[in-house]
Design a protein around this ligand. Structure first.
Ligand code: SF4
Ligand code: SF4
Ligand code: SF4
Length: 217
């Protein structure tokens, strides 16, 4: 959950908690005139990455988790008849694994010591892989990526930068896309949304976390 989702066109003063990616998202809202800096009291949180609950669930393979705790970079999982210790860094959200801007970029108060920014890994290595593909391979890659999409729009709704009063997919005059899960309509949604977010996305991962079918939006 990226709390910047609640900022557009808000009146009055508001406090907000922000990790690195959230704070960059808030900066985009200020630049795009959705909120004024002086309306905000930002509590910055230096971030060590978010543990991905889906990776934990997948690891447990159906076993019921009763207790989770963290200590010295490890995650301890306890349940009936099992106890596991996992390396925290191996179970982060994908966006957190490639994050190299973990400290908030703007804040009024900071909750904790700033964390070290390693500058690694390259956050665009997956982009380089796609750029290396030919056009047919690229089309196949994206078609395969979204083939399970039900067009529920949870990714759009979770995205702080999808704040349009009426999204193009909800327009009826003209109607840009149909209401079914026709592959052409689904591809149109994803390609246009990608264009709308290009250069604005701060890789907070809210869209991927919201997707019920685990698409790497
Ligand atoms: S992308 Fe992940 S590691 Fe980076 S600031 Fe956001 S939550 Fe923290
Ligand atoms: S997909 Fe585009 S039109 Fe729809 S809410 Fe996001 S930015 Fe706005
Ligand atoms: S949240 Fe997932 S299933 Fe829903 S529209 Fe987005 S990509 Fe498709």
């Amino acid at each position: 959950m990226n709390l910047a989702n609640y900022l557009p066109k808000r009146e009055g003063k508001i406090g907000i908690v922000a990790k690195g990616c959230d704070s960059r998202n808030i900066a985009v809202h200020i630049v795009e005139n959705q909120i004024k800096r002086e309306q905000l009291f930002i509590i910055g949180v230096p971030c060590k990455g978010m543990v991905d609950s889906r990776k934990i669930t997948s690891f447990l393979g159906g076993k019921e988790l009763r207790e989770l705790s963290e200590s010295n970079g490890d995650i301890m999982l306890n349940g009936e008849g099992f106890e596991h210790s996992l390396k925290r860094k191996d179970y982060l959200q994908d966006n957190c694994m490639r994050c190299n801007h973990r400290n908030p970029v703007i804040y009024d108060a900071i909750a904790g010591d700033l964390v070290e920014e390693t500058g690694e890994p390259d956050p665009y290595d997956d982009v380089s892989d796609i750029e290396a593909m030919g056009s047919d391979e690229r089309w196949g890659f994206f078609s395969d990526l979204i083939k399970e999409c039900t067009r529920c729009y949870a990714c759009r709704n979770a995205c702080p930068l999808c704040y349009c009063p009426t999204c193009f997919v909800d327009e009826s005059d003209p109607q840009w896309v149909g209401k079914s899960t026709d592959p052409t309509d689904t591809m149109t949604f994803h390609i246009l949304r990608a264009y709308h977010c290009a250069g604005r996305c701060t890789d907070c991962g809210a869209c991927e976390q919201a997707c019920p079918v685990d698409i790497k939006v």
